[in-house]
Structure formats: C-alpha cells, structure tokens
Design a protein around this ligand. Structure first.
Ligand code: BJW
Length: 225
C-alpha cells in the first residue's frame, strides 16, 4: 500500500512548537505578510531574520512526540511506500527517525545564499549577517518558502499523490496552497487527522478529530493491524 502523509504545524504542537493560526500561535494578532513574504524581507531583513533566528533556537528545546514516532513505525513497515510531505520547517520528523521526508516549505536548519545559490546546514543565527561558507557574501537568508514563492519538489509530490492508495493529512488548517489542494490530487482514499475540522475537512472521505499524539499512533496501529 502506497501512503502519502501531509503534516502541518498541528503535529508539532504537542512538542511545544507554536502553530501559526491557532489562538496563541505564531501569527496570533500579527500580520503574516510582515514576516513571511520576500517583500517583508526586502523591507526589514533584521526583523525577519530575528523571527526565524528565534524559531531556529527554539528547536533545541523541543523533542519529537508520539505522532512523529508513530510515523517512523509506519515507515519501518511500508519503507519506500511511505512518503511524509511536511509543510513544517522544524526537523522533528528527522529527529524521530523518519527518512523519507520532503519539506515543501523549506527548513529552519538550512540557509540559502542569494548570491551563489548555495544551501548550507545551519544551526546558529543569521541575523548578524555571517558570510556564506561557499562564496563569502553576507547574503544568507532563511531557506524558507514564503508566500508568493514556489514550494520545493512539487513534481515529486504530484507524482506520489497520483500513485498513492491513501492520503492522510495531519495537523494542518488547510488554508495554504498548494498543500490545501493535495486532497484533490490524491488518487486513493483520503483521511484527515486534526484537532478540529480543517477548512478542507469536507473534501476528505474520512475525518477524525483530536490531538495528533492520540490519533496518529491509533491510526498507525489500525493500519498495521
Ligand atoms: C492540531 C493540534 C494537535 C493544533 N493535534 N492538530 C488565493 C487563493 C489560493 C491560493 C492563493 C491565493 N492567494 C495567494 C495564494 C497562494 C498562497 C496561499 O496559499 N495563500 C493563502 C493564504 C490564500 N500560497 C503560496 O504563495 C505558496 N506558493 C505557491 O502557491 O506557489 C505557486 C505554485 C504552487 C505549486 C506549484 C507551482 C507554483 C507558498 C506558500 C508558503 C507558505 N509558507 C508558510 C510560512 C513558512 C515560513 C514559516 O514557517 O514561517 O508556511 S505560511 C504557514 O502556513 C507555514 C505553514 O507551513 C503553512 C500552513 O500552516 P499549517 O501547518 O496548516 O498551520 P496552522 O497554524 O494554520 O494550522 C494548524 C492546524 O493544526 C489547525 O487546524 C489546528 O486545529 C491543528 N492542531 N494542535 C492535531 N495537537
């Protein structure tokens, strides 16, 4: 059985990372357009770098939870027949042990040089304008896909969805495209696991609502029988 899992901020919420749109989330009371667009970065790079420097540093303080670990168990059985497509820029899937993970919105622990185009694993801050390890230019930006930019590896995702038997969406509000449309691109059965009905909940054949740390392990147990 070929399975594609899409994850969003909700899967990392119980690890202690804020979601975007929930009350108390990263954008609660803030305009995302002030930090998550190329225009915002051009206008005030220091503000945007600080936002991401703080979130990169926060990764040190959190750990994968039972939902991330359940997806690792699933991969141990399905192997190459499971693809985790994540909108998350954290590294909790990898730290749990998942190997087939694709980050369509980039990663906090990657820096992208806008001069030479190089991408570099990055753990520290970027706000102090460190030189690019490849070309020395001080033009490293967070390797994050902002609004208006093209998500990474969409060909791979489209193909996996067109060939899958089951598409499962976990912990995402379903308001950001193209991820919000994946349910329509999926060939197989569709299942939503989310704290509450997402904006696209009615497009799924089956929906289950509750915290990811409860729903995801239970669903994996059910699937592996
Ligand atoms: C739990 C839980 C628990 C909580 N257990 N669940 C008009 C119409 C259609 C589209 C557009 C339009 N105008 C513009 C667009 C396109 C635009 C877009 O979608 N805009 C919308 C806002 C309308 N999209 C883009 O620009 C994208 N690019 C693009 O489309 O390029 C064209 C193209 C596409 C394909 C091929 C070729 C070309 C780029 C989008 C980039 C989004 N980037 C961000 C910021 C990244 C940087 C950062 O991290 O700061 O990515 S936006 C932000 O939202 C972030 C997230 O990955 C993304 C999704 O958020 P997510 O994960 O859903 O989080 P929340 O907080 O919204 O929801 C959490 C959910 O979890 C909730 O439902 C909770 O209930 C639940 N939950 N606790 C289970 N314990």
């Amino acid at each position: 059985m070929r399975v594609v899992v899409l994850t969003g901020a909700g899967i990392s919420a119980e690890s202690g990372l804020s979601t975007f749109r929930d009350s108390g989330g990263l954008w609660d009371g803030h305009d995302p357009m002030q930090v998550a667009t190329p225009e915002a970065y051009a206008d005030d790079p220091a503000l945007v770098q600080r936002f991401y420097d703080e979130r990169r540093a926060a990764l040190e303080r959190v750990r994968p939870n039972a939902a991330h670990h359940a997806l690792v168990r699933l991969e141990e059985t399905l192997r190459d027949d499971l693809l985790v497509v994540t909108q998350n820029v954290d590294d909790l899937h990898e730290r749990a042990g998942s190997r087939r993970v694709h980050h369509i919105h980039g990663r906090l622990r990657s820096a992208w040089c806008t001069t030479c185009g190089g991408r570099h694993e990055w753990d520290g801050p970027l706000g102090h304008e460190p030189p690019c390890p490849a070309c020395d230019a001080t033009t490293l930006r967070p390797d994050i896909v902002w609004f208006g930019e093209i998500p990474y590896g969409m060909d791979l995702v489209e193909q996996a969805l067109a060939e899958c038997d089951l598409f499962v969406s976990i912990g995402t509000s379903g308001v950001v495209y193209p991820a919000a449309a994946f349910v329509h691109w999926a060939r197989g059965e569709t299942l939503e696991l989310n704290l509450e009905p997402s904006a696209g909940a009615t497009d799924f054949a089956r929906t289950l609502h509750g915290p990811a740390t409860r729903l995801v392990p239970a669903w994996v147990e059910e699937l592996l029988g």
